[in-house]
Design a protein around this ligand. Structure first.
Ligand code: MN
Length: 228
């Protein structure tokens, strides 16, 4: 059997210390997972359960690769995020066992057309146009989980042209990595190749063509993206 059109190559992310790559199946993203960011977006974090949106697998962009300023927006925002790469199938797993399903961790940037996302919120429509556009998910090299220590107590920061815009710690996640995996695995069968963008801290803001965005999480490779 063949295909009636040529299938697209599998999307993938680099793996630290390896020439082999991590194939991406789905990209899940957690909304408003840091209290200070929820507040800056006009919400009360104490009254909300976690929620999720997704991006297509081919939205990933390698470290150091330029991202074209996307169409139909005048307010492209950066969002520094810790990314979890799933390595084993997870179906309704407990918080205690959740981390057994993690392949590794990486630094990501959940690029957002904030104006389109805001319109969607106002009209009660899906977020896809604001979140799931082409090249909207830059992701640096994945570090194997057993080579990363204290990922739930790690500084997370972001600079634009060298100026600090976001500076927080993953210990401020409302829903921890274990809790996100446990909750998400009750909604979806998590499979090897899935990425989870775990949410962004406060300080999100716009970028323009020519800006260089750097995102860091302690212990992981820094992610650099130029908007062109
Ligand atoms: Mn986000």
């Amino acid at each position: 059997m063949g295909y009636v059109i040529e299938p697209k190559a599998v999307s993938s992310v680099a793996v630290n210390g390896s020439n082999d790559r991590f194939p991406v199946r789905r990209i899940f993203c957690v909304g408003r997972n840091y209290a200070a960011h929820a507040r800056e977006m006009g919400h009360d974090p104490d009254r909300e359960l976690p929620f999720y949106f997704t991006k297509p697998a081919d939205a990933v962009v390698d470290n150091g690769v330029d991202v074209p300023y996307p169409p139909m927006t005048e307010n492209l925002h950066f969002e520094a995020e810790l990314v979890v790469a799933i390595g084993k199938t997870a179906i309704d797993v407990s918080e205690e066992n959740a981390l057994d399903h993690v392949y590794g961790y990486a630094v990501g940037n959940d690029l957002t057309r904030r104006d389109l996302q805001s319109q969607s919120k106002t009209k009660g429509r899906p977020w896809d146009t604001g979140k799931a556009f082409d090249d909207s998910a830059p992701c640096a090299e994945i570090h194997l989980a057993d080579q990363v220590s204290d990922i739930e107590n790690a500084r997370i920061w972001l600079t634009v042209n060298g100026e600090t815009k976001q500076d927080s710690n993953t210990n401020k996640l409302i829903w921890s990595v274990s809790e996100v995996i446990a909750n998400l695995s009750g909604l979806f069968t998590l499979q090897p190749g899935d990425l989870i963008y775990t949410g962004t801290p406060e300080g999100v803001g716009p970028v323009v063509k020519g800006d260089v965005i750097k995102v860091g999480v302690d212990g992981l490779t820094e992610l650099e993206t130029k908007i062109v």
